[in-house]
Design a binder for this molecule. Structure first.
Ligand code: CA
Ligand code: CA
Ligand code: CA
Length: 283
C-alpha cells in the first residue's frame, strides 16, 4: 500500500519537507507566536509590531477572504495605497512587556545557517505586481542597548501568484553570507524578522495583489531530518523512533504531524502522508 501511494504523495512530501522538519523540533523555532494566533498590541498578533500595518492586517478565518493555513489567524499585506505606505511590514523589533528583551529571536554569530521558513498565499486570480520586492527581511542586530543593524537581507517570494494555495517559502542566510559582510564587531546577537512589501512610488505604476502569511519558522543550524517522516534522531534514518514521534505529535496535535491538507486538522490524510514519506525512505 505504501508503494502505491508514493506517486500520489510525492508532490506533497517534497513541498512540506523542510518546514515540517523544522517544525518537528518545535523548540527550535525561535519566533514567538509563529502562527499569528495570539493577540498582541494594536490589534496585531503577539510578538509583532506594525510598520504602516494595523489591525486590519490581522486576518481571522471568519473574515471575507479570511485565508488561514492553521488555527484561525494569519496576516495579510495589501498593495500600498500611496507613497506614505511604500514600506509595509510587521517586525519583531520591539520590547516584550517587562522590557527585559526584544521579541527578536536570538542569533549566534557564525553559529550556523539561519533558515526562515513559512507559507504564503496569493488569492486566486491575483498576482503580486509592481512592487520593488515582496518577501521577508532579516535584520541582524547588535546587543542592547544599541540594537544597531549589523547587516540585513531581503528575500523575495519565489512566485507572484499561487492560485489561492499556500506555498512554502524557505530562504537561508548562511555563515558564509555573514562572513562576506566583513568583520565589524560587536557582532549581531539577535535577528529581526519582517514579512514585508516595498513599493517604489517613483516607479509610476500601482502595486497589485494581496499576500497572506502563516506559520513562520526561524531556525539557526541544521534543520534535521531527511523528509517529513524523519521526526526523531537519528536523523537521515527512518526507524521506530520516527513512528513514535509522529504518533505523539499526532495525538497532541502538534505541527510536526500536520503533514497534509487540511492544515490545522489532524486526520487520516496526515497519517497517509507520514506513511508515504516513511515508505519513500531517506535518499
Ligand atoms: Ca495561523
Ligand atoms: Ca529518524
Ligand atoms: Ca492535516
Amino acid at each position: 500500500m505504501r508503494q502505491s501511494l508514493q506517486p500520489l504523495l510525492a508532490a506533497g512530501v517534497a513541498l512540506g519537507v523542510l518546514c515540517a522538519a523544522g517544525l518537528a523540533n518545535d523548540d527550535a523555532n525561535l519566533l514567538t507566536n509563529p502562527g499569528f494566533e495570539d493577540a498582541g498590541l494594536a490589534g496585531l498578533p503577539l510578538g509583532f509590531q506594525g510598520i504602516n500595518m494595523d489591525g486590519s492586517n490581522w486576518v481571522d478565518s471568519s473574515d471575507p477572504d479570511g485565508f488561514v493555513r492553521t488555527g484561525s489567524k494569519s496576516i495579510k499585506i495589501e498593495p500600498a495605497e500611496g507613497p506614505g505606505q511604500a514600506f509595509q511590514a510587521l517586525t519583531t523589533n520591539f520590547f516584550v512587556p517587562d522590557g527585559s528583551d526584544l521579541y527578536d529571536p536570538d542569533y549566534e554569530y557564525l553559529g550556523g545557517d539561519v533558515h526562515i521558513i513559512g507559507y504564503y498565499l496569493v488569492p486566486e486570480g491575483q498576482t503580486l505586481a509592481n512592487d520593488a520586492i515582496v518577501g521577508i527581511k532579516l535584520e541582524f542586530r547588535r546587543e542592547p542597548p544599541n540594537f544597531s543593524v549589523y547587516t540585513s537581507v531581503e528575500f523575495a517570494v519565489p512566485q507572484n501568484s499561487t492560485g489561492g494555495e499556500w506555498v512554502e517559502f524557505h530562504a537561508t542566510f548562511t555563515d558564509a553570507d555573514m562572513l562576506a559582510v566583513g568583520d565589524f564587531p560587536p557582532y549581531a546577537t539577535s535577528v529581526s524578522v519582517l514579512p514585508f512589501r516595498f513599493w517604489d512610488p517613483a516607479s509610476g505604476v500601482d502595486p497589485e495583489g494581496t499576500i497572506y502569511w502563516d506559520d513562520l519558522c526561524l531556525i539557526q543550524g541544521d534543520l534535521g531530518g531527511c523528509n517529513e517522516a524523519d521526526l526523531a534522531e537519528p536523523y537521515d534514518v527512518l526507524d521506530f523512533s520516527d513512528v513514535l514521534s509522529f504518533l505523539t505529535a499526532f495525538g497532541s496535535q502538534e505541527a510536526a504531524a500536520d503533514l497534509a491538507a487540511p492544515f490545522g486538522v489532524w486526520d487520516f490524510s496526515d497519517v497517509l502522508a507520514f506513511l508515504g514519506a516513511f515508505g519513500a525512505g531517506c535518499p
